[in-house]
Design a protein around this ligand. Structure first.
Ligand SMILES: NC(=O)c1ccc[n+]([C@@H]2O[C@H](COP(=O)([O-])OP(=O)(O)OC[C@H]3O[C@@H](n4cnc5c(N)ncnc54)[C@H](O)[C@@H]3O)[C@@H](O)[C@H]2O)c1
Ligand SMILES: [Zn+2]
Length: 352
């Protein structure tokens, strides 16, 4: 899998850099199809089109926002639309949105004509630091997340912080947690700074966003197909995905992905103190940060078996063994730690 070209703001804005790149010879015959959801159509599309000339003649595709729409049915409708518009191998899908749009658009691009090119223009913090980078594309089956997908990397990922100005606060906060995950496994020093800033209620600088995106890109480059060290980025996700899936199927206002991962990191930090050498102090710091920025929901006690079933359905299990990425210490993840059902139950009980 070819790594994506990632554009960060420098002396020129990221959109100006994208404008220059798409004027190049490599893209002279390209036709563009911009995929949005209703929110990114409203808040982000005009800025993109005004700054990137090559996209001014694009066709548009819009899907409904929300995790419950990241389905094979919606993908199928998009394939149908692409066929009707005679989309061919010179065509490029431009995903303008959060991780839901980039997962969906990447998935559609990966299968259409056995793979056409796509560009990610992430508009959420979570997508800028994580979802838009790394070539994993997927849709959900029922409430079970990301079960059907391809590895197919974006040609370009263009990270333009201007899009964050319209992002709702709750979505921004959810993105902070996915950043926290990356810094915890990838950069202890920056993680310390991140904690200090959050605990003091300070804003996170763009440099930190860039660093998190670069860590993700470097890990993906070293292990594009998730066979080894890329699994370090699953920190928080074994429990987190189960909590997210459970919430999606039970709650009127389900948890966001990043919020569920925050809870997953608390649970897995607890496991890390029991099974590896993570300090209790670090475990407490994670809890403090998470509870400083979100109200941790209380789960009904009757739901443990259902959470366990979601974990078993998740892809991070092989055979009958559940595997987690845990932390030996901050910056020192250990992948493929076998965890028993009892230990998972203990961590989930403790989380409550
Ligand atoms: N492929 C990967 O490697 C990977 C990694 C992490 C997460 N993900 C996936 O990413 C998804 C979550 O992504 P997300 O948190 O970006 O959520 P999202 O794409 O659902 O976006 C969140 C909400 O914000 C709105 N929005 C987006 N940008 C906006 C803007 N600039 N202004 C106003 N509103 C805006 C969206 O319409 C949506 O309602 C999940 O499906 C998750 O599975 C994928
Ligand atoms: Zn995630």
């Amino acid at each position: 899998m070819k790594p994506s070209k990632i554009i960060f703001p420098s002396r020129q804005s990221s959109l100006s850099q994208l404008n220059r790149i798409l004027k190049g010879k490599k893209y002279s015959d390209a036709r563009y199809y911009i995929l949005t959801d209703e929110n990114t159509s409203q808040h982000c599309l005009a800025l993109l089109i005004s700054k990137v000339e090559a996209l001014q003649e694009s066709e548009f595709l819009e899907i409904e926002s929300g995790e419950s729409n990241k389905t094979i049915d919606i993908a199928s409708q998009l394939w149908q639309a692409l066929l009707e518009m005679d989309v061919d191998s010179n065509s490029i899908i431009v995903n303008l949105g959060g991780g839901m749009v980039s997962d969906m658009g990447g998935f559609v691009a990966a299968a259409y004509h056995r793979g056409i090119r796509y560009i990610n223009i992430p508009t959420t913090l979570l997508a800028m630091t994580d979802a838009a980078i790394g070539g994993k594309t997927a849709v959900n089956i029922g409430e079970v997340k990301n079960q059907i997908g391809f590895f197919h990397s974006a040609e370009i990922v263009c990270i333009e912080p201007d899009f964050l100005t319209t992002l709702p606060d709750r979505e921004y906060t959810a993105g902070i947690f996915e950043m926290m995950k990356t810094l915890m496994v990838g950069d202890p020093e920056l993680y310390n700074l991140f904690c200090t800033k959050l605990l003091n209620g300070e804003a996170l600088p763009m440099d930190m966003v860039k660093a998190a995106a670069q860590i993700k890109a470097a890990v993906v480059k070293a292990d594009p197909y998730d066979k080894g060290i890329r699994k370090m980025l699953n920190w928080g996700h074994t429990l987190g995905h189960a909590i997210e899936s459970y919430s999606l199927s039970h709650d009127q206002q389900p948890l966001l992905h990043g919020e569920a991962i925050a809870l997953g990191m608390i649970g897995e930090a607890y496991l890390s103190t029991k099974k590896l050498n993570l300090d209790n102090e670090e475990y407490n710091r994670i809890k403090n940060i998470v509870s400083k920025i979100i109200n941790v929901p209380q789960y009904a006690l009757g739901t443990l078996p259902e959470l366990i079933n979601y974990i078993k359905a998740d892809k991070k299990k092989s055979g009958n063994t559940i595997y987690c990425t845990l932390l030996n210490q901050i910056g020192e993840p250990t992948i493929d730690v076998a965890v028993s059902e009892n230990e998972i139950c203990d961590a989930l009980m403790n989380l409550r």
